[in-house]
Design a protein around this ligand. Structure first.
Ligand code: FAD
Length: 543
């Protein structure tokens, strides 16, 4: 989608300029560079400990890797392979904490792992590994492993090919929406006092006379304005751009090795699945891919190839699309087989892997790494979506130590495991499915109400009732309005979720670009008009 939308010279931009004056006149404890999940987590942790936090994102929030993942909050099963038992336990714990923090955003979903002769796991190793994992990660009883025989497996997945099939392991993964989880964390951080601004790049580091890092010059992508801010600590959480940030601090040797992973989306009618599947790639021993049903579609991924280009635009090679299609066709008997014409959308993301100094460039770590540069920049990269809270804790602990040296002030420990993310848990609706069903009922009086209300609930979680209430207001003002839900939704994302461009809405707020492509074609002009209007009007928005 092209960024040919011009942000109107209206109230939203006026407020943004006033905000720039405010941030340059303030003293900050922490400047966070990067509005992916890592930066968002740091902003939340730091704000919850009482630090004065400013977070800047050069494009849209979560527009980097944090909207291009497989969208799973993993339980750490993979760490069993190397017997990293401590990591299995802590990742399982993180998954449970994420679910508790946002039950409508991080929720359990069954995953089926077909077992075949000669595959990655035999029924015995699957039973031992996942059973041990359930024990170590203290997995809830209802989420524990069930081994299926061939017949039970085919009841779950009738189109699975039967050659060499020995049964399946049925276990639980937790699904999420990576971009929206990032936005939920940012909104919660903002509620605790953090200031978060997108389309504002940290472009030039600023130093004291003694050479200590003391702030940054920020460049606004919307107005061209330059703002200088002072901060006692500066954190880079720039994902695949982390080497570019290091260069600005005089560190020329790259530390990252980027690895591209793509996902493709096909209609559920072409790949009907009643459960998510994690399966071997028969032509590529040792590799496995996910097929995950979502919103009437199934997404399939991922690939893993080193990437050398600019991180802003990772490509989607046709060969990798064919690789995923071929893997599905080898596992599932589909008539006709899946082909490129079935692919309705795709995305490509970059894993910022850390090189091991002194080792070959292919020898990389998939863990996160925190470094303190000679000028004082705190630099964090690598890791997983799932580990965002632990990464944020390490970084915020380090910031607190530095601040203590500067100011003598003491800060409390990390308490993010006690936080409930804004609007992602509803006491009346602990069960996500029941919550979605209730929304359909609420919206019955609105044009296309039940269908749109379910989609709203899936996308926005606990924000959906507010959007529906606003839609009812708009509809009662004008009964001819055929799009009150869309109008309320666009108003919401502009006023409360920092959306500036139609693509912010279609890609990272609603995900329609990936999971409802026909709606994009149908709605794009209307959304442009609604957005222009919402950005022009006086509203109570932060930036
Ligand atoms: P990013 O999300 O890339 O955020 C960095 C941000 O910094 C960007 O938005 C960028 O615009 C901004 N930035 C850069 N420079 C500047 C600057 N100078 N000023 C201001 N802003 C700047 N993890 C899981 O746990 N589960 C999964 O299922 C999973 N699947 C994955 C699948 C794939 C294909 C990939 C690639 C990764 C997957 N991961 C998964 C890993 C996970 O997605 C990443 O670890 C995580 O999203 C990284 O977040 P981040 O905030 O560090 O980086």
């Amino acid at each position: 989608m092209e960024k040919d939308f011009k942000v109107p010279e209206g109230e939203a931009l006026h407020q943004r300029r006033r905000l720039f004056q405010k941030i340059s006149a303030s003293a900050w404890d922490v400047l966070v560079i990067g509005g992916g999940i890592t930066g968002a987590g740091i902003a939340l942790d730091a704000a919850s400990r009482g630090l004065r936090v400013l977070l800047v994102e050069k494009a849209d929030f979560a527009s980097g890797t944090s909207s291009r993942s497989t969208k799973l909050i993993h339980g750490g099963l993979r760490y069993l392979k190397n017997l990293e038992l401590g990591l299995v336990r802590s990742t399982g714990r993180e998954r449970a904490i994420n679910h508790r923090m946002a039950p409508l955003r991080v929720y359990p979903a069954k995953m089926l792992l077909p077992l075949r002769k000669g595959g990655s796991l035999s029924p015995l190793t699957a039973r031992l590994a996942i059973g041990l994992y359930d024990f170590l990660a203290r997995v809830d009883r209802r989420d524990r492993l069930r081994m299926l025989n061939v017949q039970e497996t085919l009841e779950w997945l009738p189109r699975l090919r039967t050659e060499g099939l020995q049964g399946a392991a049925l276990y639980t993964e937790y699904q999420t929406d990576d971009a929206r989880l990032t936005l939920d964390i940012l909104r919660t951080a903002q509620g605790l006092g953090a200031v978060v601004i997108n389309y504002l790049e940290a472009s030039v580091p600023l130093y004291t006379a003694s050479g200590r890092l003391a702030g940054y010059r920020l460049s606004c992508a919307l107005t061209g304005a330059q703002v200088e801010i002072q901060s006692l600590t500066v954190v880079s959480a720039a994902g695949p751009w982390s080497d570019i940030v290091r260069q600005r601090h005089g560190q020329k040797t790259p530390l990252l090795r980027l690895s591209r992973g793509i996902h493709i989306v096909v209609p559920a009618s072409r790949l009907p699945l009643s459960v998510a599947v994690y399966m071997d790639v028969p032509t590529d021993p040792g590799r496995m891919i996910f097929c995950i049903p979502r919103r009437g579609h199934v997404y399939v991924g991922t690939t893993d190839h080193y990437f050398e280009g600019a991180p802003d635009a990772p490509d989607v090679p046709h060969s990798e699309i064919l690789y995923l299609l071929d893997a599905v066709n080898q596992q599932m008997s589909l008539s006709p087989p899946l082909g490129p014409q079935d692919v309705i959308s795709y995305w490509s993301g970059l894993r910022p892997l850390i090189r091991r100094p002194g080792h070959a460039s292919t020898d990389v770590s998939r863990k996160d790494e925190l470094k303190v540069l000679p000028d004082g920049l705190l630099w964090i990269a690598g890791g997983k979506l799932t580990g965002w809270r632990l990464m944020a804790r390490r970084v915020t602990d380090a910031c607190c130590q530095i601040l203590h040296r500067h100011t003598g002030k003491k800060y409390g420990p990390c308490r993010t495991d006690e936080i409930v993310l804004q609007d992602q848990s509803l006491p009346d609706h602990p069960d996500r499915d029941k919550f979605l069903a209730t929304l359909e009922g609420w919206a019955a009086q609105l044009p296309d109400g039940p269908r749109r209300a379910r989609e709203l609930g899936e996308i926005y979680g606990g924000v959906a009732p507010r959007i529906l209430n606003r839609a009812y207001e708009l509809f009662s003002e004008d009964r001819m309005n055929q799009n009150p839900i869309l109008a309320a939704e666009v108003e919401w994302v502009v006023q409360n979720e920092w959306a500036w461009f139609p693509e912010d809405y279609f890609e990272r707020r609603s995900g329609k670009r990936f999971f409802n492509a026909p709606a994009v074609a149908e709605e794009v002009e209307t959304v442009r008009i609604m957005m222009h209007d919402a950005l022009s009007r006086p509203v109570s928005r932060e930036n």
